[in-house]
Design a protein around this ligand. Structure first.
Ligand code: AGP
Length: 613
């Protein structure tokens, strides 16, 4: 989704900002722009489409200066064209703004400003912000006070960055609510501001995150942080340890393929330091789980969006079976408005790769407001979902660049399994021998993932056959039912083939009408407690001419007889089986999209981090 980068220092800001924006490309965008102060005047270059258009524009008509801000925009209000691209200048041309979020009352403000004589040059909600700052600007009060006043008038969640030729020695950034983060980076006589760490990681590891309702006044020598309409606060400096090299594609054609193959490592990393195989114990201190809390929990809501919500559905079965606590999974965009029944002993557990998904953060806030304990499972270190939780588990997946989430699906599955064991042990609902057996099973997972990924060529053969399909039906049951949802989501989001995930038992209540020779039916049928039931459903699809692809456990003769193609997976303890069964489906979607010649890492209309509602 929208990305922001700003620079102030001794260097030419233009290439620094372009490089930072390039590193945020994975978030998805449809126009880009940059503003630089040169000879005390603001110059803007912006264009629709990819960053390469903007680079060409700048090459033909260069802008150079020591201070600048840039933006990649994912359209919300107004078409993705040049006039709507950020940055947006005010009427005098002396103040310029980039912005993530939605000004919810922008129509009202636009009317008010128009009545004052302001001429709008775009269809965006963002433009109202720069005109408001201009309305309040005076030499005596300065840019900070004007920005602060303007921010009090806009409704919604925002990340805003402002620059002015009146005060070319500073950039002002602000965060209100959860429209993505604002991170300030420290250099040597130079400073950075960005919406996400990867934009500036190559240049600095020292950062400060803005909390909601904080502003940063950034000069080339440092930053001051102030609460909006409040006091100045001491900036907290964090050291980021991510390795930028691991964010490169390496030997793979696409980030998605690389990330699928990284899952042996990412699962090893999520286990590291948390599993004591000798004692059969799980240790996750960041979760802040006490014996008292463990024994009090009466209900857990798991919330998240898309792939994260599918991980939560698997987690429900893990927690209910292992820790014996009732779990409800609610899509975050629904949960936030559902007026959920939450009591003191309820936990709201949010799952999010980015930790900045607006709906997920709002769901956490809803839980907080109603008195729940808030936990999160998050990949992006230092993100909002990590910071606002009472306890968290870090996925340890490393940067995920491909828009289609892969390794950030399997890590939370393992985290949920570990969490279930820990809660079960601490509340006394899980006996010692069972606990040791469950912990011991974790030992197998990295090797089983490796075995599965070694079979990529078999998946490629099936992909070649399915690449021209127009629809596909994915079926699953029990703990592998969410894997049908996830397999279908992967296929539709990157290959644009319409795919449905369905609980296999529901097929006869409607979707079976779709089954014919043209419809590939992907049945997830490993040897788990639902296997026999799955097989009988597959028989029903086959009897109606469906072209069946079964995902089956090595040696399963029954599946081999039934299916046109079999995607074999190694035998896996059933509670952990989704970590394995999803892998061939990730590869299948990847190869189909790749054979169709599509932009696998940045599929159309999608953003990596969805920071708007
Ligand atoms: C997954 O492939 C998707 N692109 C999407 O569903 C994603 O999982 C969802 O937007 C949630 O993102 P988050 O994990 O960063 O909160």
């Amino acid at each position: 989704m929208c990305g922001i980068v700003g620079y102030i220092g001794d260097e030419n800001a233009t290439p620094v900002i372009l490089d930072g924006l390039k590193r945020l490309e994975y978030r998805g965008y449809d126009s880009a722009g940059i503003a630089v102060i040169q000879d005390n005047k603001i110059f803007v270059r912006r264009d629709a489409g990819k960053l390469s258009h903007l680079s060409d524009l700048i090459q033909n008509d260069p802008i150079n200066g020591n201070i600048g801000i840039g933006h990649t925009r994912w359209a919300t209000h107004g078409e993705p064209n040049t006039r709507n691209a950020h940055p947006h200048l005010g009427s005098t041309g002396n103040i310029v703004v980039v912005h993530n979020g939605i000004v919810e009352n922008y129509l009202e403000l636009r009317e008010e400003l128009s009545a004052e004589g302001v001429i709008f040059n775009s269809d965006t909600d963002t433009e109202t912000i720069v005109h408001l700052i201009e309305r309040f600007y005076s030499k005596e009060q300065g840019l900070l006070a004007a920005t602060e006043k303007a921010l009090t008038l806009i409704r919604g969640a925002h990340a805003v960055v402002v620059m002015s030729s009146y005060e070319p020695d500073k950039i002002i950034a602000a965060r209100i609510g959860n429209a993505g983060g604002v991170v300030v980076g420290y250099g040597d006589n130079e400073m950075y501001v960005a919406s996400d760490i990867p934009a500036i990681l190559e240049r600095t590891r020292q950062v400060t995150f803005l909390e909601p309702r904080q502003m940063a006044i950034i000069s080339s020598t440092g930053v001051k942080i102030k609460v909006i309409e409040g006091e100045y606060v001491q900036p907290q400096i964090h050291i980021v340890s991510w390795d930028p090299i691991s964010a490169e594609k390496g030997e793979y054609r696409h980030f998605m393929q690389k990330e699928i193959h990284e899952q042996v490592r990412s699962i090893n990393d999520t286990l590291a330091g948390r599993v004591d195989f000798d004692e059969g114990m799980i240790r996750i201190p960041e979760l802040n789980l006490t014996k008292d809390l463990a024994s009090r929990i009466e209900k857990i809501y798991i919330t998240g969006c898309g792939t994260a919500a599918h991980a939560g559905m698997v987690g429900k079965i893990m927690i209910e079976r292992i820790a014996k606590i009732p779990v409800t999974v609610e899509i975050a965009s629904e949960f936030r408005y559902s007026d959920p029944i939450i009591q003191d002993n309820t936990v709201v557990l949010a799952i999010s790769q980015s930790g900045e998904t607006a709906d997920t953060l709002a769901a956490m806030e809803e839980g907080r407001a109603k008195g729940a304990t808030i936990w999160s499972i998050v990949n992006a270190i230092g993100s909002q979902a990590m910071r606002i939780a009472d306890g968290y588990i870090s996925m340890q997946s490393g940067p995920e660049i491909g828009v289609a989430s892969t390794k950030a699906f399997t890590s939370p599955l393992v985290d949920l399994y570990m969490m279930a064991i820990l809660i079960g042990h601490m509340r006394g609902s899980l006996g010692e021998s069972e606990r040791k057996r469950l912990v011991n099973d974790l030992r197998l997972v990295p090797d089983l993932i490796g075995q599965c990924l070694d079979r990529e060529q078999d998946v490629l053969l099936v992909a070649e056959e399915l690449k021209d399909a127009r629809n596909a039906l994915y079926l699953g049951r029990g703990i592998n039912m969410p894997i049908a949802y996830e397999g279908a989501l992967k296929l539709k989001e990157i290959s644009y083939i319409h795919a449905e995930g369905y609980p296999a038992g529901e097929m006869k209540h409607g979707p079976i009408a779709l089954v014919d020779r043209e419809l590939p039916v992907v049945a997830i049928a490993p040897k788990d407690p639902w296997w026999e039931k799955m097989i009988s459903q597959v028989e029903q699809a086959k009897a109606r001419g469906g072209s069946v692809i079964i995902l089956a456990t090595d040696g399963d003769q029954r599946s081999a007889e039934l299916a046109k193609h079999v995607l074999w997976v190694p035998d896996t303890p059933w509670l952990l089986s989704p970590v394995i069964t999803v892998l061939p489906l990730q590869l299948l979607a990847y190869h189909i999209a790749s054979l169709r010649g599509l932009d696998v890492d940045q599929p159309r209309n999608l953003a990596k981090s969805v920071t708007v509602e």
